[in-house]
Design a protein around this ligand. Structure first.
Ligand code: ADP
Length: 648
């Protein structure tokens, strides 16, 4: 097009004039088209593009001006410069009107060649520039169009291929289009959104919220809404979507909504599960069942629940001020929770915490390490530990009593055998004497033999009684036959009865009982008490004198038996009144180790008490204190009631 020669149209009804103009312009770089009338000119203009027109004014048919007017009316030709050629100056009097649309000039015949060329050159140049501008404009428009097409197709590709749901909505919420991902998220089987609206897909409970959001955006073009919605169950049950809605303009500049849809079901499910587990953890944390804490890598306990604080006795202010440190809780300066959380050996650990007040708390500690430090729990097991100790104590006691019982059986057998042997020997020698006697048996010898046998029988009887008493007292069956008795009198009688025993031991017993000391007591039982204390004094008195004292106040009576024998070590005195308590070797001293125990049972049954003072090698004093009137024992009452019921 640039190389093409500009065309000049020459219009004149007279051939010689046309040729003259042609000759004047011939050597130029123009292509000349000659026509003979206005009509022909219009025709030529339809077929080709011209850079300028040389037009005769006076022509038959359409004259120059008329033709020019038509040219100016046509869109394609209205800008072509026209040079009118005329021989008559007068014709120029009414010059061509409407010259505003295109360049117009005039030449007078005979045409001056230079002037003609100059004007044509100027006009052609003008035309060329116009063409240039037009071409540039076209190129620009073309480039713009291409770019637009490119952008649009890029948008379309992006729109369709995006891994995220994208759609356009009318302001009323009706779908205009939606990409593949969008329809798949919404669960539209054929990918066609049809006449549906966004509300058709959203859970009924969420629709109002969405409608409010969409209305707000429609009013404010800069607004943008982001929200999480559930889809309507029928389409994709349980699906959660995140919607981002904003306002854009379509090709015709009409406002529409751009919607971005993401499927966040998994995230939501995780978030909900996380929330639920968080809630459960918080419930556990707040329940106060176990102490929960978080420890910084530097060993400061930064976070803890009330249960933990109450185990270690610190306040929340201590915690917040950073005063609660793992090192100060530990007994040996070693952080127990760090040990519990050691990778590979993570396990619970029984240890002790040093509480704020210095006391110790037995705890079970467990912890897990993470980059922010340690999270752990502590369970207060003080009570469990105490119960464990209690169980161990009970087990020890049990073992002890089983052992004591075994010892007792051994001692009992030994003790019972002691009087049995002399008894058997006496009986055997009596039988032998009776069988072999040649002459009457001497009464003195007989009396001696029988006395030994009697003593052994009495001893056996006493041991049997003791055993019986123990078994009765053990089941709370000591029955008191209460009557008005004088304690001093009882002591005198027992001393009488033990006369032989005392004499054999060669011991002097003094009784200090100035006045009768009366009370409501069980005579037989009190005799037993006195006899037991006296025979112990004899047994362990090493032959030294024994002092017995009976005294009274208006409320109480007291009996004390003092010997100067082997005495009892302080630390053993507490055990004295227990069952099977024997502090001395069975080889040296006989006895079940039950006497004092029975004494205590009887004294307590009377509402009294027994006390001991003793020093090893200095002897002992046992003192029995009895209220003058002994209270009835609840166990007895119960038993009596029970018996009465049985009788009825
Ligand atoms: P036993 O039948 O063995 O004498 P007891 O219950 O009467 O049993 O006494 C328990 C233990 O207390 C005795 O084995 C003895 O070790 C000690 N005991 C009792 N009375 C005296 C005392 N007067 N002096 C020293 N030790 C005594």
């Amino acid at each position: 097009m640039d190389n093409e020669r500009p065309k000049i149209l020459i219009v004149d009804d007279r051939r010689e004039n046309r040729l003259a103009l042609q000759a004047a312009l011939a050597p130029t770089a123009y292509e000349l088209v000659l026509v003979g009338s206005g009509e022909e000119a219009l025709h030529a203009l339809l077929k080709a593009e011209f850079a300028a027109i040389l037009m005769d004014v006076a022509m038959p048919g359409l004259d120059g001006f008329q033709t020019a007017r038509i040219i100016r009316e046509r869109e394609r030709t209205r800008r072509i410069p026209i040079i009118f050629v005329t021989a008559v100056m007068a014709e120029l009097a009414h010059t061509f009107e409407g010259s505003e649309t295109g360049a117009v000039d005039y030449l007078i015949k005979p045409v001056d060649t230079h002037a003609l060329r100059a004007k044509v050159d100027v006009f052609v140049e003008l035309w060329r520039q116009g063409k240039e501008i037009e071409r540039a404009g076209n190129a620009l428009r073309e480039a713009e169009r291409r770019e637009r097409t490119f952008i649009e197709s890029m948008y379309d590709v992006t729109f369709e291929e995006a891994p995220i749901g994208i759609g356009h909505l009318t302001l009323g919420g009706k779908w205009l289009r939606g990409n593949v991902r969008l329809t798949s998220i919404l669960g539209v089987a054929d990918g066609q959104l049809g006449e549906s609206t966004i509300y058709d897909f959203v859970h009924a409970d969420d629709r109002e919220r969405l409608a409010d959001a969409i209305a707000t955006i429609a009013e404010d073009s800069h607004a943008r809404h982001k929200g999480e919605y559930r889809l309507a169950g029928r389409r994709a049950p349980g699906t959660w979507i995140a919607l981002t809605i904003s306002l854009i303009r379509d090709i015709s500049e009409n406002p529409i909504h751009l919607v971005i849809v993401e499927d966040i079901t998994n995230e939501k499910r995780l978030a909900l599960a996380l929330e639920a587990s968080e809630r459960r953890f918080v419930r556990l944390r707040e329940a106060g069942l176990i102490g929960i804490f978080h420890e910084d890598p530097d060993g400061t306990i930064r976070d803890a629940n009330e249960a933990f604080l109450s185990i270690v006795g610190y306040t929340r202010e201590d915690l917040e001020a950073g005063r609660l440190r793992a090192a100060s809780l530990s007994v040996d300066g070693e952080d127990a929770s760090v040990h519990a959380a050691l990778p590979g050996s993570a396990t619970t650990l029984e240890t002790e915490y040093v509480c704020k007040d210095g006391s110790r708390a037995a705890v079970l500690v467990g912890a897990v390490a993470d980059p922010e430090g340690l999270t752990g729990f502590a369970l207060d097991i003080t009570a469990a530990k105490e119960a464990e100790r209690e169980r161990a104590r009970a087990l020890r006691d049990l073992q002890e009593s089983v052992r004591a019982r075994d010892d007792f059986l051994y001692i009992a057998a030994h003790e019972l055998r002691n009087p049995l042997t002399p008894l058997l020997i006496q009986v055997m020698s009596l039988r032998e004497a009776a069988v072999n006697a040649k002459e009457p048996i001497a009464p003195v010898w007989l009396a001696n033999q029988l006395e030994v046998a009697e003593r052994a029988s009495l001893r056996l009887g006493r041991l049997m009684d003791e055993l019986l008493d123990v078994s009765q007292a053990t089941i709370g069956m000591i029955r008191l036959e209460v009557e008005d008795v004088d304690l001093a009198q009882i002591v005198r009688e027992v001393l009488d009865r033990m006369h032989h025993e005392i004499q054999r031991a060669n011991i002097r017993v003094t009784l200090r009982a100035e006045v009768p000391v009366r009370g409501s007591w069980d005579r037989v039982r009190l005799e037993q008490v006195v006899a037991n204390l006296l025979s112990n004094a004899v047994k362990y008195g090493e032959g030294n004198p024994i002092e017995v004292t009976v005294e009274g106040t208006p409320e109480e009576a007291s009996l004390s038996v003092r010997d100067y024998g082997i005495g009892i070590a302080r630390n053993e005195q507490a055990r004295l009144f227990e069952r099977f308590a024997r502090l001395v070797s069975i080889r040296h001293y006989g006895g079940f180790g039950l006497g004092l125990w029975i004494v205590r049972q009887i004294v307590e049954a009377h509402g009294g008490r027994i006390e001991v003072w003793s020093e090893p090698s200095e002897g002992s004093r046992f003192t029995v204190i009895l209220p003058r009137v002994s209270p009835p024992r609840p166990a007895e009452e119960e038993k009596e009631q029970h018996e009465r019921r049985e009788l009825e």
